[in-house]
Design a protein around this ligand. Sequence first.
Ligand code: IPM
Ligand code: MN
Length: 368
Amino acid sequence: MASYKLLLLPGDGIGPEVMGEVTRLIDWVNTSGLATIETETDLVGGCAYDAHGESVSDATMKIALEADAVMLGAVGGPKWDGVPYDKRPEAGLLRLRKDLELFANLRPAICYPALADASSLKRELVDGLDIMIVRELTGGVYFGEPKEITDLGNGQKRAVDTQVYETYEIVRIAAVAFELARKRGNLVHSAEKRNVMKTGVLWNEVVTQVHKDRYSDVKLEHILADNCAMQLVRAPKQFDVIVTDNLFGDVLSDEAAMATGSLGMLPSASLGAEDERGRRKALYEPVHGSAPDIAGKGAANPIATIASFAMALRYSFDLGEAADRIEKAIADVLDQGLRTGDIKQDGCKTVGTREMGDAIIASLKSAT
Ligand code: IPM
Ligand code: MN
């Protein structure tokens, strides 16, 4: 039986609560004999800063680099508002993405039929929605230098962030998007701002070339990122795969999340390049944040994290069938009318994190 090492980084806020439900799913994988998943648990974010004065320690990074996959809960919260910029909780997450070279962030936005009424958009616009946002994750304005605030000495300051992209970064993320599209609806929208940004001009040029050279069987549309944002709320079902840079991807994926009913539903996978053995470094995390307002209350929606674990089974552990079963169990409990607070609905039963986890596991077990 295959054996894998999974590093769990629950992090801050609701992170530990939602990750708690994943550890129960890991037990299910292990006891059903599907694979052996060995876990180690460590700190990231504000809790790591409190313990070590760093939002991720070198020792944790070493474990992450050696693991087959990493699962992260959430980082950040008002408690750490005052910590120095390079030690803030988010810096730990950014270091993980950068040092593991996880350039491809896959954010599927799927609207479960049972949740179509929880969306802020009309049911007919979102029912059956299935979009994959492919966000570039290790470049762009998140990491470009210079990135600084200078005191101009006259009572004024000057802040600079730098958006940088090189050809190879666009080639590899475009290839991920086209490959995914081939297995889905065969359509890629590439979103940038070529009308005002040089990086947008290069992005457009390189995506066009990659398409022409290697993926002319896939339909490609270029779209300005602002128009893409508008189209996502006007007619989201026109999209299949959207490929975009780090910052636009951050914004567009939160927007797409709401079409599915709640940010609490969206999983993500961040993948590196394939090595000689065909394996990729990977980090799986819910798209939602640490939700400090509900942390510790047992009220958080664990579905995004559970669905992120399903992505880990699919992309890192070669257990696509088990991933399908988990996704089916999520759909089942929603059909049964169970809802956490973020997706609560008249006529449905509002449950907490643990009860939602219990119901998903019960549905999984009854299906076997
Ligand atoms: C996300 C988050 C992060 C990002 C934050 C926490 C740094 O919003 O994963 O979308 O901006 O990438
Ligand atoms: Mn975000």
